[in-house]
Design a protein. Structure first.
Lengths: 534, 91
């Protein structure tokens, strides 16, 4: 009789909600994040419908404010930040390093409960009437003028932050302490390096967000002057503190995506990642340098010229390690034995979209251009190319790549490729027109606009329709495969990583025998014999 | 089986923090001019050191844990350095 896998070891609800198995906790996160993704997506859909015409015909200005705030808060804190670390990372990290679980399994479960508590509080704020400050909670509006549920939403985000900290802590300790014998740092898959760098940011930056939200509460409730100049505060202090967390948070979102791309590019090129050590250290360089650039969000706020110059320069510097990664992925593709399976399509889409997002970020790092583009749709397009074109695409790529391992089932390759192509097309049609709109001066966060902007807005809303349908497709065919798909073998991609050396789905304790690592990662043994089936 | 920690250092540190809190409040009402800020910050640093050494048990930890704790301080330094660069050089 074969040993039960982690899915069929026990079927009770208790066995799921009190599990300390990292794989089951990953599934809990996956279900929760999928729910939040579609809630945040619904808000975006309503906004794009409203913006299809210049006049206000679906929602009022006040409701529109609440829609984009809900979209931002839900997507940033309850989808993008936890997406890859807490689902794919939770599932894959112990398997990749040959461990039986994360270092602190109960802390891992606690992290999910804290996340759900934070999410529930935030959803309550939305259902009770919503928040109209934007996801950035800028003062003095959030502290003095807004009569929406600011503090409830801030409390939700504050609580969820502790979940991030616990996850980061768990990953750091796990990667330090639980690596299999022989698995030295330079034998680690680059996904692990990326998650390590992400975890360092999670642990170091998230407390600053928590402190900032507490300061808002103290000023709002007790009148202590932190941000209000009438009582001795400085409004820019809020922005400094907020962006000290929130710019590194962009790297919390994108670094795990970059980690996934390493695995996909390598697997579907049947090659080692070009310049492994440079890519590994580039992750840590991004994590460190990402803390030195936050002031580029504040060029037009009255920040000193010297500070703006320094932040502008550092923003160019942080592009260097990102560029190293892009060049090295491209070099990995060179003379590889390429296969265009669905995960690879997502990876290739990531490289293109991330590059556009990154390069337009350099435009915005230029002081003079930023004055023109601040608070326009150019900024909206830029960060969506990073966060959606980059991060969400990587998330879907990783989800497809590890789906056979997670569920033990194979999905429909035809539908998976169709969804990947539709997502790529829908995404570009949605957001590329927004670069044009921004360059022409259309400000963000308005529900009405001059008629001359309508053509680009209609294109964008049409693209959003395709994108919404394309995001629903994986829900259908992956959902179908989870129950009715054909059984996956242990190693469907013929990949050398440790996670592929155990059965699909893995047993409760991951490995029957403790694996011992004797070679560098990405040793694709069949490279020479691989047919050129591109 | 984990060992129970002796509670004396914890209680002493807690009382010390309460004493320092009382000192902070008291000194806030003593007019020392610019020195008020220096006194308040000095007390704050002492409180943080007590928390790090006693409650976080860093005095018993290995180099790696100290490195991570030090990283927290270093990153606080970055926040203060780049943040103050704006406040101190505004025209």
């Amino acid at each position: 009789m074969t040993e039960p896998d982690y899915l069929n070891a026990n079927y009770t609800l208790r066995s799921w909600f009190f599990t300390t198995d990292h794989k089951r906790i990953a599934i809990l996160y996956f279900a929760s994040l999928t729910l939040f993704f579609f809630i945040g997506g619904a808000a975006a859909t309503a906004m794009r419908i409203e913006l299809a015409t210049p006049q206000a015909d679906l929602v009022s200005d006040d409701i529109y404010n609440r829609l984009f705030t809900m979209h931002g808060i839900i997507m940033v804190w309850f989808f993008l930040i936890p997406s890859i670390p807490n689902t794919l990372g939770n599932f894959i990290v112990p398997l990749m390093i040959g461990a039986r679980d994360l270092a602190f399994p109960r802390l891992n479960l606690l992290s999910w409960y804290i996340f759900m508590l934070g999410g529930s509080v935030t959803l309550f704020a939305i259902l009770a009437g919503g928040i109209d400050t934007g996801w950035t909670f800028y003062t003095p509006f959030s502290t003095l003028y807004s009569n929406s549920y600011v503090m409830v939403a801030a409390a939700g985000v504050f609580i969820a932050g502790f979940s991030s900290i616990l996850t980061g802590l768990n990953f750091i300790v796990t990667i330090h302490r639980l690596r299999a014998p022989g698995l030295t740092w330079y034998r680690l898959p680059l996904f692990i390096w990326s998650l390590y760098a992400t975890s360092v940011i999670l642990v170091l930056a998230t407390p600053v967000l928590a402190i900032t939200l507490v300061l808002i509460a103290v000023e709002r409730f007790f009148g202590v002057g932190f941000f209000d100049p009438r009582i001795g505060g400085d409004p820019l202090l809020f922005q400094h503190l907020f962006w000290f967390y929130s710019h590194p948070a962009v790297y919390i979102m994108i670094l795990p995506g970059m980690g996934v791309i390493n695995e996909l590019i390598s697997c579907f090129s049947r090659k080692q990642v070009f310049g492994y050590k440079f890519v590994a250290w580039a992750s840590l360089a991004i994590a460190a340098l990402g803390f030195l650039v936050w002031g580029h969000h504040m060029f037009v706020t009255g920040q000193s010229l010297l500070a703006s110059l320094v932040f502008s320069f550092m923003s160019f510097v942080v592009a260097v390690p990102s560029a190293i990664k892009v060049f090295n992925w491209t070099a990995t593709l060179h003379k590889g034995s390429l296969r265009f399976d669905a995960p690879m399509l997502y990876a290739l889409a990531f490289i293109g979209l991330f590059t556009i997002g990154g390069l337009t970020g350099l435009f915005l790092a230029c002081l003079a251009f930023d004055v023109h583009a601040t608070d326009t749709y150019f900024v909206v397009a830029h960060f969506h190319y990073i966060m959606v074109g980059g991060m969400v695409t990587a998330y879907f790529g990783g989800l497809h790549y590890w789906w056979p391992k997670i569920t033990g089932r194979l999905y429909s390759e035809y539908w998976a490729r169709a969804a990947a192509i539709l997502i790529f097309l829908g995404f570009n049609l949605t957001f590329f027109p927004q670069f044009v709109l921004g360059a022409e001066g259309m400000p963000r966060r308005y529900h009405v606009y001059p008629p001359e902007f309508q053509v680009w807005n209609v294109l964008s809303s049409g693209g959003a329709t395709i994108l919404a349908a394309a995001y629903l497709l994986p829900l259908l065919y992956l959902g179908y495969s989870a129950f009715f798909g054909s059984r996956a073998p242990a190693n469907p991609w013929d990949a050398p990583g440790l996670e592929w050396q155990t059965s699909s789905p893995p047993p409760e304790h991951n490995f029957d025998v403790q694996p011992v690592v004797t070679r560098a990662p990405y040793q694709y043994r069949n490279f020479e014999a691989e047919p050129q089936n591109a | 089986m984990t060992q129970r920690r002796p509670s004396l250092p914890l209680v002493a540190a807690w009382l010390g923090l309460l004493g320092l809190l009382a000192l902070t409040v008291t000194m806030a009402y003593v007019p020392l001019g610019a020195a008020n800020a220096v006194v308040a910050l000095s007390i704050g640093i002492t409180k943080a050191a007590l928390v790090a050494a006693i409650f976080m048990e860093l005095r018993h930890r290995d180099a790696l844990a100290l490195l991570f704790a030090g990283a927290g301080l270093f990153w606080l330094g970055i926040l203060l350095w780049l943040g103050l660069m704006d406040f101190l050089t505004r025209t």
